[in-house]
Write a protein that binds this ligand. Structure first.
Ligand SMILES: [Zn+2]
Length: 145
């Protein structure tokens, strides 16, 4: 039996790719370098994700791109058994991750059987190739040691 979320099933032909905009480009370029970049407000320190033109806390437009540690915990998740597109290898886990810095992102939990997923479990980012020249940030269980 294969482990759920095998990397070789996460880049099969036909899977959708994100639309990269001028606003989100730094995030995707960071992923290419295996860096998880997030916007941070210079004025109030709030982390902003998804990318925005202004801080979602104080409306300042002084946003920097900073590197996240890429570690956090599983904040919430759902197991998808009937994918919206046939290209997806189901079941898979849609997850909200709470990063160490306190911000959240929607992603996937991989290399984890659905029955093993639990709220609060430590996770780490990994960068999964998608298409010809993209990497997507996904998360896997963080093994201590
Ligand atoms: Zn702010």
């Amino acid at each position: 039996m294969s482990t759920y979320g095998d990397l070789d099933k996460l880049n099969t032909p036909g899977l959708p790719v994100p639309t990269i905009t001028d606003l989100s480009r730094p995030h995707w370029e960071g992923c290419q370098r295996d860096e998880l970049l997030v916007q941070r407000c210079q004025d109030c320190g709030h982390y902003v994700f998804i990318p925005e033109l202004a801080c979602t806390n104080c409306l300042s437009q002084q946003l920097d791109w900073v590197a996240s540690s890429g570690t956090g915990v599983l904040y919430s998740f759902t197991v998808i058994y009937r994918p919206q597109r046939p290209e997806f290898d189901a079941p898979y886990i849609g997850a909200i991750i709470e990063l160490e810095e306190g911000w959240h992102m929607l992603s996937n939990l991989i290399e984890c059987e659905p029955e093993a997923a639990c709220i609060g479990m430590p996770v780490e980012v990994c960068f999964v190739p998608r298409g010809d020249n993209l990497k997507l940030p996904m998360f896997r269980p963080l093994v201590a040691g």
